[in-house]
Design a protein around this ligand. Structure first.
Ligand code: PLP
Length: 400
Protein backbone atom coordinates (compact mmCIF):
# COMPACT_ATOMS: atom_id res chain seq x y z
CA UNK A 1 0.00 0.00 0.00
CA UNK A 2 1.32 3.51 -0.73
CA UNK A 3 2.40 5.26 2.49
CA UNK A 4 0.35 7.47 4.80
CA UNK A 5 1.71 10.74 6.15
CA UNK A 6 4.20 10.62 9.02
CA UNK A 7 2.23 13.29 10.85
CA UNK A 8 -0.57 10.79 11.44
CA UNK A 9 1.70 8.35 13.25
CA UNK A 10 1.36 10.16 16.55
CA UNK A 11 -2.35 10.86 16.29
CA UNK A 12 -4.62 8.56 18.27
CA UNK A 13 -8.23 7.55 17.73
CA UNK A 14 -10.34 9.05 20.52
CA UNK A 15 -10.85 6.53 23.32
CA UNK A 16 -14.51 7.54 23.60
CA UNK A 17 -14.97 6.40 20.00
CA UNK A 18 -13.17 3.11 20.74
CA UNK A 19 -15.40 2.44 23.76
CA UNK A 20 -18.53 3.44 21.87
CA UNK A 21 -17.63 0.98 19.11
CA UNK A 22 -17.01 -1.81 21.62
CA UNK A 23 -20.36 -1.04 23.23
CA UNK A 24 -22.02 -1.19 19.81
CA UNK A 25 -20.50 -4.60 19.10
CA UNK A 26 -21.74 -5.98 22.45
CA UNK A 27 -25.18 -4.56 21.74
CA UNK A 28 -25.20 -6.20 18.31
CA UNK A 29 -24.41 -9.47 20.10
CA UNK A 30 -27.66 -9.07 22.05
CA UNK A 31 -26.50 -7.51 25.35
CA UNK A 32 -28.22 -4.59 27.08
CA UNK A 33 -25.39 -2.11 27.07
CA UNK A 34 -25.58 1.31 28.75
CA UNK A 35 -23.13 3.71 27.21
CA UNK A 36 -21.83 6.53 29.36
CA UNK A 37 -18.98 7.07 26.93
CA UNK A 38 -20.33 9.72 24.59
CA UNK A 39 -20.21 13.45 25.16
CA UNK A 40 -23.48 14.31 23.51
CA UNK A 41 -26.73 15.74 24.92
CA UNK A 42 -29.59 13.24 24.84
CA UNK A 43 -32.08 16.06 24.16
CA UNK A 44 -33.46 17.13 20.77
CA UNK A 45 -32.63 20.23 18.73
CA UNK A 46 -35.25 22.93 19.46
CA UNK A 47 -38.06 22.81 16.86
CA UNK A 48 -37.68 26.52 15.99
CA UNK A 49 -34.09 25.83 14.90
CA UNK A 50 -35.22 22.97 12.66
CA UNK A 51 -37.95 25.15 11.17
CA UNK A 52 -35.44 27.91 10.45
CA UNK A 53 -33.26 25.44 8.55
CA UNK A 54 -36.25 24.24 6.55
CA UNK A 55 -37.32 27.79 5.68
CA UNK A 56 -33.76 28.74 4.71
CA UNK A 57 -33.53 25.79 2.33
CA UNK A 58 -36.90 26.60 0.76
CA UNK A 59 -35.91 30.25 0.41
CA UNK A 60 -32.90 29.27 -1.68
CA UNK A 61 -30.23 29.69 0.96
CA UNK A 62 -28.43 26.74 -0.59
CA UNK A 63 -25.36 28.27 -2.23
CA UNK A 64 -21.76 28.65 -1.06
CA UNK A 65 -21.77 30.67 2.13
CA UNK A 66 -19.28 33.42 3.00
CA UNK A 67 -16.15 31.71 4.32
CA UNK A 68 -16.42 33.33 7.74
CA UNK A 69 -20.14 32.58 8.24
CA UNK A 70 -23.44 34.07 7.13
CA UNK A 71 -24.08 37.66 8.24
CA UNK A 72 -27.25 36.49 10.03
CA UNK A 73 -25.41 33.94 12.17
CA UNK A 74 -22.43 36.20 12.82
CA UNK A 75 -24.80 38.89 14.05
CA UNK A 76 -26.57 36.35 16.27
CA UNK A 77 -23.17 35.30 17.66
CA UNK A 78 -22.30 38.94 18.26
CA UNK A 79 -25.53 39.37 20.25
CA UNK A 80 -24.85 36.14 22.16
CA UNK A 81 -21.37 37.24 23.25
CA UNK A 82 -22.81 40.55 24.43
CA UNK A 83 -25.85 39.05 26.15
CA UNK A 84 -24.23 36.07 27.89
CA UNK A 85 -20.63 37.19 28.35
CA UNK A 86 -20.61 40.99 28.25
CA UNK A 87 -18.14 40.79 25.36
CA UNK A 88 -18.22 43.23 22.45
CA UNK A 89 -16.83 41.66 19.32
CA UNK A 90 -16.94 43.43 15.96
CA UNK A 91 -18.19 41.29 13.08
CA UNK A 92 -14.67 40.93 11.69
CA UNK A 93 -13.63 39.48 15.06
CA UNK A 94 -16.16 36.64 14.73
CA UNK A 95 -16.20 33.53 12.60
CA UNK A 96 -18.31 30.40 12.25
CA UNK A 97 -16.97 26.92 11.68
CA UNK A 98 -17.94 23.27 11.36
CA UNK A 99 -18.24 22.74 15.09
CA UNK A 100 -16.08 24.06 17.86
CA UNK A 101 -13.65 21.40 16.72
CA UNK A 102 -12.91 23.14 13.45
CA UNK A 103 -12.60 26.50 15.18
CA UNK A 104 -9.77 25.00 17.23
CA UNK A 105 -8.21 23.34 14.19
CA UNK A 106 -8.32 26.62 12.25
CA UNK A 107 -6.72 28.45 15.17
CA UNK A 108 -3.93 25.91 15.58
CA UNK A 109 -3.26 25.66 11.83
CA UNK A 110 -3.13 29.43 11.61
CA UNK A 111 -0.58 29.85 14.41
CA UNK A 112 1.44 26.73 15.30
CA UNK A 113 4.89 26.25 13.83
CA UNK A 114 6.92 23.05 14.18
CA UNK A 115 7.99 22.63 17.81
CA UNK A 116 5.71 25.29 19.28
CA UNK A 117 4.35 24.36 22.69
CA UNK A 118 0.69 24.18 23.62
CA UNK A 119 -0.06 24.15 27.34
CA UNK A 120 -2.93 21.81 28.10
CA UNK A 121 -4.27 21.57 31.66
CA UNK A 122 -4.82 17.91 32.48
CA UNK A 123 -7.16 16.01 32.46
CA UNK A 124 -8.03 17.40 29.03
CA UNK A 125 -10.33 16.90 26.06
CA UNK A 126 -8.42 14.60 23.75
CA UNK A 127 -8.62 16.69 20.57
CA UNK A 128 -6.52 19.59 21.89
CA UNK A 129 -3.42 17.42 22.02
CA UNK A 130 -4.12 15.50 18.82
CA UNK A 131 -4.87 18.64 16.81
CA UNK A 132 -1.78 20.36 18.20
CA UNK A 133 0.35 17.38 17.11
CA UNK A 134 -1.23 17.37 13.65
CA UNK A 135 -0.03 20.95 13.31
CA UNK A 136 3.53 20.06 14.37
CA UNK A 137 3.04 21.42 17.89
CA UNK A 138 4.15 19.88 21.15
CA UNK A 139 1.53 19.44 23.88
CA UNK A 140 2.79 20.41 27.34
CA UNK A 141 0.55 18.88 29.98
CA UNK A 142 0.03 20.60 33.31
CA UNK A 143 -1.60 18.45 35.97
CA UNK A 144 -4.69 19.85 37.70
CA UNK A 145 -4.98 17.45 40.60
CA UNK A 146 -8.18 16.29 42.22
CA UNK A 147 -7.24 17.91 45.52
CA UNK A 148 -7.45 21.26 43.72
CA UNK A 149 -10.82 20.41 42.18
CA UNK A 150 -9.08 19.53 38.88
CA UNK A 151 -8.40 23.25 38.35
CA UNK A 152 -5.33 24.92 36.89
CA UNK A 153 -3.19 26.74 39.46
CA UNK A 154 -1.61 29.99 38.22
CA UNK A 155 1.80 28.98 39.60
CA UNK A 156 1.69 25.67 37.72
CA UNK A 157 0.78 27.54 34.53
CA UNK A 158 3.63 30.00 34.95
CA UNK A 159 6.13 27.19 35.57
CA UNK A 160 5.13 25.56 32.27
CA UNK A 161 5.56 28.66 30.09
CA UNK A 162 8.71 28.77 27.92
CA UNK A 163 9.82 30.96 25.01
CA UNK A 164 8.25 28.30 22.72
CA UNK A 165 4.81 28.51 24.32
CA UNK A 166 2.26 29.42 21.62
CA UNK A 167 -1.05 28.56 23.29
CA UNK A 168 -2.66 27.97 26.62
CA UNK A 169 -5.88 25.98 26.42
CA UNK A 170 -8.59 26.69 28.99
CA UNK A 171 -11.77 24.63 29.10
CA UNK A 172 -14.25 25.60 31.77
CA UNK A 173 -16.50 23.77 32.54
CA UNK A 174 -14.18 20.96 31.62
CA UNK A 175 -14.54 17.87 29.56
CA UNK A 176 -13.70 15.41 31.21
CA UNK A 177 -13.63 16.62 34.85
CA UNK A 178 -16.62 19.00 34.91
CA UNK A 179 -14.47 21.50 36.84
CA UNK A 180 -15.36 25.15 36.23
CA UNK A 181 -13.24 28.20 37.02
CA UNK A 182 -14.76 31.05 39.01
CA UNK A 183 -14.23 34.68 37.97
CA UNK A 184 -11.53 35.06 40.65
CA UNK A 185 -9.75 31.89 39.54
CA UNK A 186 -9.84 33.12 35.95
CA UNK A 187 -8.54 36.54 36.97
CA UNK A 188 -5.55 34.92 38.67
CA UNK A 189 -4.81 32.99 35.48
CA UNK A 190 -5.36 36.16 33.47
CA UNK A 191 -2.67 37.93 35.53
CA UNK A 192 -0.15 35.28 34.40
CA UNK A 193 -1.38 35.38 30.80
CA UNK A 194 -0.94 39.15 30.62
CA UNK A 195 2.75 38.76 31.53
CA UNK A 196 3.32 36.63 28.40
CA UNK A 197 1.98 38.66 25.48
CA UNK A 198 3.34 36.16 22.90
CA UNK A 199 1.02 33.45 24.17
CA UNK A 200 -2.47 32.94 22.77
CA UNK A 201 -5.24 31.58 24.96
CA UNK A 202 -7.99 29.35 23.70
CA UNK A 203 -10.98 29.70 26.00
CA UNK A 204 -13.19 26.75 25.15
CA UNK A 205 -16.57 27.68 26.63
CA UNK A 206 -18.54 24.89 25.00
CA UNK A 207 -20.19 23.87 28.31
CA UNK A 208 -20.97 27.43 29.38
CA UNK A 209 -24.64 26.80 30.11
CA UNK A 210 -24.11 23.60 32.08
CA UNK A 211 -23.21 24.99 35.51
CA UNK A 212 -24.99 24.09 38.71
CA UNK A 213 -25.83 25.15 42.26
CA UNK A 214 -25.74 28.85 41.41
CA UNK A 215 -22.22 28.79 39.98
CA UNK A 216 -21.76 31.89 37.80
CA UNK A 217 -20.07 31.17 34.48
CA UNK A 218 -17.29 33.56 33.44
CA UNK A 219 -14.88 33.62 30.54
CA UNK A 220 -11.32 34.95 30.48
CA UNK A 221 -11.71 37.87 28.06
CA UNK A 222 -14.65 39.11 30.12
CA UNK A 223 -13.09 39.02 33.60
CA UNK A 224 -9.49 39.81 32.60
CA UNK A 225 -9.96 42.39 29.83
CA UNK A 226 -6.21 43.02 29.75
CA UNK A 227 -5.87 39.60 28.05
CA UNK A 228 -8.46 40.27 25.34
CA UNK A 229 -5.85 40.74 22.60
CA UNK A 230 -4.53 37.22 23.29
CA UNK A 231 -7.79 35.34 23.78
CA UNK A 232 -9.87 33.36 21.34
CA UNK A 233 -13.29 32.78 22.92
CA UNK A 234 -14.74 29.57 21.50
CA UNK A 235 -18.28 28.33 21.77
CA UNK A 236 -20.90 26.55 19.69
CA UNK A 237 -24.38 25.17 19.29
CA UNK A 238 -23.56 21.50 19.89
CA UNK A 239 -23.89 21.23 23.65
CA UNK A 240 -25.99 24.29 24.50
CA UNK A 241 -28.79 23.51 22.06
CA UNK A 242 -28.33 19.76 21.52
CA UNK A 243 -27.20 20.43 17.94
CA UNK A 244 -24.17 18.15 17.65
CA UNK A 245 -25.16 16.95 14.19
CA UNK A 246 -25.52 20.44 12.73
CA UNK A 247 -21.81 21.11 13.21
CA UNK A 248 -21.85 24.76 14.25
CA UNK A 249 -19.07 26.32 16.27
CA UNK A 250 -18.09 29.96 16.54
CA UNK A 251 -15.55 32.24 18.11
CA UNK A 252 -14.64 35.80 18.91
CA UNK A 253 -11.05 36.98 18.97
CA UNK A 254 -8.47 39.44 17.70
CA UNK A 255 -9.17 40.48 14.12
CA UNK A 256 -5.79 39.39 12.71
CA UNK A 257 -6.12 35.91 14.21
CA UNK A 258 -9.70 35.49 13.00
CA UNK A 259 -8.70 36.66 9.51
CA UNK A 260 -5.93 34.05 9.36
CA UNK A 261 -8.35 31.38 10.58
CA UNK A 262 -10.88 32.31 7.90
CA UNK A 263 -8.10 31.90 5.36
CA UNK A 264 -7.39 28.39 6.63
CA UNK A 265 -11.07 27.49 6.61
CA UNK A 266 -11.47 28.84 3.10
CA UNK A 267 -8.95 26.27 1.89
CA UNK A 268 -10.26 23.38 3.99
CA UNK A 269 -14.02 23.56 3.75
CA UNK A 270 -14.98 26.86 2.06
CA UNK A 271 -17.37 27.51 4.92
CA UNK A 272 -20.24 25.99 6.83
CA UNK A 273 -23.53 24.43 5.71
CA UNK A 274 -25.97 27.29 5.07
CA UNK A 275 -29.08 25.70 6.51
CA UNK A 276 -27.22 24.65 9.65
CA UNK A 277 -26.16 28.27 10.08
CA UNK A 278 -29.80 29.36 9.78
CA UNK A 279 -30.74 26.82 12.46
CA UNK A 280 -27.98 28.00 14.81
CA UNK A 281 -28.98 31.66 14.39
CA UNK A 282 -32.55 30.74 15.36
CA UNK A 283 -31.29 28.82 18.39
CA UNK A 284 -29.09 31.71 19.55
CA UNK A 285 -31.77 34.35 19.00
CA UNK A 286 -34.75 32.25 20.12
CA UNK A 287 -36.14 31.62 23.59
CA UNK A 288 -33.37 30.60 25.99
CA UNK A 289 -35.56 28.95 28.67
CA UNK A 290 -34.70 25.46 27.51
CA UNK A 291 -31.04 26.04 28.32
CA UNK A 292 -31.80 26.56 32.02
CA UNK A 293 -34.44 23.81 32.03
CA UNK A 294 -31.95 21.32 30.69
CA UNK A 295 -29.26 22.48 33.09
CA UNK A 296 -31.64 21.67 35.97
CA UNK A 297 -32.08 18.17 34.57
CA UNK A 298 -28.31 17.70 34.23
CA UNK A 299 -27.80 18.89 37.79
CA UNK A 300 -30.22 16.31 39.16
CA UNK A 301 -28.45 13.61 37.15
CA UNK A 302 -25.06 14.75 38.39
CA UNK A 303 -26.23 14.53 41.98
CA UNK A 304 -27.62 11.03 41.42
CA UNK A 305 -24.45 9.79 39.73
CA UNK A 306 -22.06 11.32 42.27
CA UNK A 307 -24.06 9.85 45.15
CA UNK A 308 -24.33 6.37 43.65
CA UNK A 309 -20.69 6.24 42.55
CA UNK A 310 -19.50 7.24 46.00
CA UNK A 311 -21.40 4.21 47.31
CA UNK A 312 -19.37 1.92 45.03
CA UNK A 313 -16.52 0.21 46.86
CA UNK A 314 -13.13 1.63 45.86
CA UNK A 315 -14.51 4.66 43.96
CA UNK A 316 -14.21 8.28 45.07
CA UNK A 317 -16.23 10.72 42.97
CA UNK A 318 -15.64 14.46 43.14
CA UNK A 319 -18.75 16.65 42.63
CA UNK A 320 -17.97 19.01 39.76
CA UNK A 321 -19.43 22.45 39.07
CA UNK A 322 -20.47 21.85 35.50
CA UNK A 323 -20.55 20.12 32.09
CA UNK A 324 -22.17 16.67 31.95
CA UNK A 325 -19.26 14.54 33.09
CA UNK A 326 -17.89 13.18 36.33
CA UNK A 327 -14.36 11.93 36.72
CA UNK A 328 -14.31 9.38 39.55
CA UNK A 329 -11.07 8.06 40.99
CA UNK A 330 -10.78 4.26 40.78
CA UNK A 331 -7.49 3.88 42.67
CA UNK A 332 -9.25 1.78 45.32
CA UNK A 333 -10.16 -0.82 42.69
CA UNK A 334 -6.67 -1.41 41.32
CA UNK A 335 -4.67 -4.52 42.10
CA UNK A 336 -7.89 -6.53 42.44
CA UNK A 337 -9.52 -9.22 40.33
CA UNK A 338 -13.02 -8.95 38.90
CA UNK A 339 -15.73 -11.56 39.40
CA UNK A 340 -15.06 -12.58 35.79
CA UNK A 341 -11.39 -13.24 36.62
CA UNK A 342 -9.84 -10.11 35.07
CA UNK A 343 -6.90 -8.52 36.85
CA UNK A 344 -7.51 -4.77 37.24
CA UNK A 345 -4.14 -3.06 37.12
CA UNK A 346 -5.03 0.18 35.34
CA UNK A 347 -8.04 2.37 34.73
CA UNK A 348 -8.18 0.91 31.21
CA UNK A 349 -8.45 -2.61 32.68
CA UNK A 350 -11.23 -1.26 34.89
CA UNK A 351 -13.40 0.18 32.11
CA UNK A 352 -12.80 -2.81 29.85
CA UNK A 353 -13.81 -5.34 32.50
CA UNK A 354 -16.80 -3.17 33.46
CA UNK A 355 -17.95 -3.16 29.85
CA UNK A 356 -17.38 -6.83 29.24
CA UNK A 357 -18.85 -8.10 32.53
CA UNK A 358 -21.57 -5.56 33.35
CA UNK A 359 -22.12 -3.92 29.95
CA UNK A 360 -21.54 -0.32 31.03
CA UNK A 361 -19.30 1.77 28.77
CA UNK A 362 -17.15 4.51 30.28
CA UNK A 363 -13.79 5.92 29.18
CA UNK A 364 -10.57 5.38 31.13
CA UNK A 365 -8.85 8.43 32.60
CA UNK A 366 -5.58 7.61 30.84
CA UNK A 367 -7.22 8.75 27.60
CA UNK A 368 -7.57 12.23 29.14
CA UNK A 369 -4.07 12.30 30.54
CA UNK A 370 -4.80 11.56 34.20
CA UNK A 371 -5.04 8.13 35.84
CA UNK A 372 -6.47 6.22 37.62
CA UNK A 373 -9.86 7.68 36.79
CA UNK A 374 -12.73 7.15 34.40
CA UNK A 375 -14.94 9.61 32.61
CA UNK A 376 -18.65 9.14 32.88
CA UNK A 377 -21.03 11.16 30.75
CA UNK A 378 -24.39 11.65 32.42
CA UNK A 379 -26.07 13.01 29.30
CA UNK A 380 -28.39 10.00 29.49
CA UNK A 381 -31.86 9.44 30.95
CA UNK A 382 -32.15 8.97 34.71
CA UNK A 383 -33.33 5.34 34.60
CA UNK A 384 -30.32 4.32 32.51
CA UNK A 385 -28.01 6.26 34.81
CA UNK A 386 -29.46 4.61 37.90
CA UNK A 387 -29.14 1.17 36.33
CA UNK A 388 -25.58 1.90 35.11
CA UNK A 389 -24.48 3.09 38.55
CA UNK A 390 -26.06 0.02 40.17
CA UNK A 391 -24.06 -2.14 37.75
CA UNK A 392 -20.87 -0.24 38.61
CA UNK A 393 -21.59 -0.82 42.31
CA UNK A 394 -22.10 -4.53 41.62
CA UNK A 395 -18.89 -4.68 39.58
CA UNK A 396 -16.91 -3.02 42.37
CA UNK A 397 -18.52 -5.23 45.01
CA UNK A 398 -17.32 -8.24 43.03
CA UNK A 399 -13.65 -7.15 43.04
CA UNK A 400 -11.44 -9.25 45.31
N1 PLP B 1 -14.67 21.42 23.15
C1 PLP B 1 -14.98 20.49 24.06
C2 PLP B 1 -14.43 20.62 25.43
C3 PLP B 1 -15.78 19.39 23.73
O1 PLP B 1 -16.08 18.47 24.64
C4 PLP B 1 -16.26 19.29 22.39
C5 PLP B 1 -17.04 18.13 21.97
O2 PLP B 1 -17.09 17.09 22.57
C6 PLP B 1 -15.92 20.30 21.50
C7 PLP B 1 -15.12 21.34 21.90
C8 PLP B 1 -16.35 20.29 20.06
O3 PLP B 1 -17.69 20.40 19.89
P1 PLP B 1 -18.32 20.54 18.44
O4 PLP B 1 -17.25 20.33 17.42
O5 PLP B 1 -19.39 19.49 18.38
O6 PLP B 1 -18.88 21.92 18.38
Amino acid sequence: MPALANRLKQVEVAASVVMTNKARALRAAGHTVISLAVGEPDFETPPHAIEAAHSAALAGDTHYPPQDGTPALKQAVQRKFKRDNGLDYALDEIMVSNGGKQIIANAFLATIDEGDEIIIPTPYWISYAEQAKLCGGKPVFVACPQNNGFKLRPEDLEAAITPRTKWLVLNSPSNPSGAALSADELRAIGAVVARYPNMWVLSDDMYEHMVYDGFAFSTLAQVAPETRGQVLTVNGASKAYAMTGWRIGFCGGPKALVKAMVNVQGQLSSGVCTVAQAAAAAALDGPQDLVAERAAIYRARRDLVVEMLNQARGIVCHKPEGAFYVYPNVAGCLGKTSAGGRLIETDYDFVLALLEEHHVAAVHGGAYGMSPYMRISYATDTDSLREACARIQAFCAGLT
